[in-house]
Design a protein around this ligand. Structure first.
Ligand SMILES: NC(=O)c1ccc[n+]([C@@H]2O[C@H](COP(=O)([O-])OP(=O)(O)OC[C@H]3O[C@@H](n4cnc5c(N)ncnc54)[C@H](OP(=O)(O)O)[C@@H]3O)[C@@H](O)[C@H]2O)c1
Length: 342
């Protein structure tokens, strides 16, 4: 273990910790087990964090279902969760930018998880300091959800450097979800005209976050995805499932792109076909690629009050299965947070 800086606070790290894990694929919330396991230690270029919170993403329970098998998880039993915020309590060899006591947000290695626990090891390369203005819960929403929104908007041409002109028309589907709520706010920061789809109960919320037009997805107009003002979309950030190309095609501008963040076999084929045939309108599948610069950018937006994390619900670690269930149900408005001190 590397020595902490002389003036850094030291925290006694216990031998064991509370964690939630599963030891087999499937089983949903009932498959989660509360265990006492050894606290991991920070190796080269790693930090040991005392976690305050983790946020749940749909991919966490999709991994439990075996959807990323055989790649993730690397082994069972598996402590799920990657998006965490907490305090550095141990600094591994080779780490230069952090010391014990730093408040941080991190994206844990998805192959090994570790987020639903009192302590977790994070790579320095995916850890960012959290300014006092940004709470642990707000920051823990960012790593997967906000970065996916950011990268999707970049894929349709957003630059976020003040040169986003002329404004593009974008549609964001499932705009009330973890990704969608960040996507709407980021699209407005880029100066875009935003149409959003959500359920009736969230129309006001989406308008308050700046969406110019909002469609209730359970109405025929919503299902058609047509902009009420007749605008064609330069880009669609597609955050849900069950919409076919024949619905997207008529609402896209001549060179419009659909960024599909929920790819399946059919959409991967369609996107490959569009690519090899140099189609003007395109379906593009996107898998978020974790990187520190994006996380730093997003933390800065929270700090400057330019973007908010909308929190759907909070659960103590002792009730992690309720958080899991809430995500599986698919009706969260924003991020689901698990707090480690409960
Ligand atoms: N490719 C990637 O790298 C990547 C990264 C992150 C997420 N994802 C995927 O993207 C999807 C969205 O993630 P998320 O975290 O935003 O999910 P989420 O928070 O669970 O989304 C829930 C929200 O979606 C709304 N919704 C569900 N179906 C809808 C529909 N047909 N039209 C409009 N709104 C609908 C729900 O509204 P109601 O409650 O009103 O139904 C709810 O507010 C998930 O499948 C996730 O796995 C992919």
């Amino acid at each position: 273990m590397a020595a902490a800086a002389a003036d850094a606070p030291t925290t006694k790290v216990p031998e064991t910790m509370r964690a939630v894990q599963y030891d087999a694929f499937g089983g949903g919330a009932e498959g989660l087990k509360h265990v006492e396991v050894p606290v991991p230690s920070a190796k080269k270029n790693e930090l040991l964090l005392k976690l305050e919170v983790a946020s749940i993403n749909p991919v966490d329970w999709k991994i439990q279902k075996g959807m990323l098998r055989p790649f993730i998880p690397r082994k069972l039993p598996f402590i799920p969760g990657t998006d965490v915020a907490g305090v550095v309590v141990e600094v591994g060899p080779g780490v230069n930018g952090f010391q014990t006591g730093d408040q941080v947000v991190a994206e844990l290695n998805s192959f090994y998880g570790g987020g639903l626990a009192e302590y977790a090891v994070a790579s320095e390369s995916l850890t960012v300091k959290r300014p006092p203005e940004v709470s642990a819960a707000e920051s823990a929403g960012l790593p997967i959800a906000a970065a996916t929104a950011l990268q999707s908007l970049r894929a349709i041409g957003a630059k976020f450097d003040g040169t986003d002109k002329p404004p593009l028309n974008v549609l964001i589907t499932a705009a009330s979800g973890g990704v969608g709520l960040y996507a709407v706010q980021l699209a407005k920061l880029a100066g875009f005209h935003v149409t959003a789809t959500c359920g009736a109960r969230n129309v006001k919320l989406l308008k308050s976050l700046g969406a110019d037009e909002v469609l209730d997805y359970r109405t025929p107009e919503g299902a058609s995805l047509q902009s009420p003002s007749g605008k064609k979309y330069d880009g669609i950030i597609h955050c849900t499932v069950g919409v076919s190309w024949s619905t997207f095609d008529p609402v896209l501008a001549p060179t419009g792109k659909v960024i599909d963040i929920t790819p399946n076999f059919t959409t991967v084929l369609k996107s490959t076909l569009h690519k090899v045939t140099f189609a003007k309108k395109r379906l593009v599948t996107l898998l978020m690629s974790p990187n520190k610069a994006d996380l730093e950018f997003l933390v800065r937006l929270l700090k400057d009050g330019k973007m908010k994390t909308m929190i759907d619900s909070r659960f103590p670690l002792s009730e992690a299965s309720k958080a899991w269930e809430r995500s599986i149900e698919g009706h969260a408005t924003g991020k689901i947070i698990v707090e480690m001190d409960g």
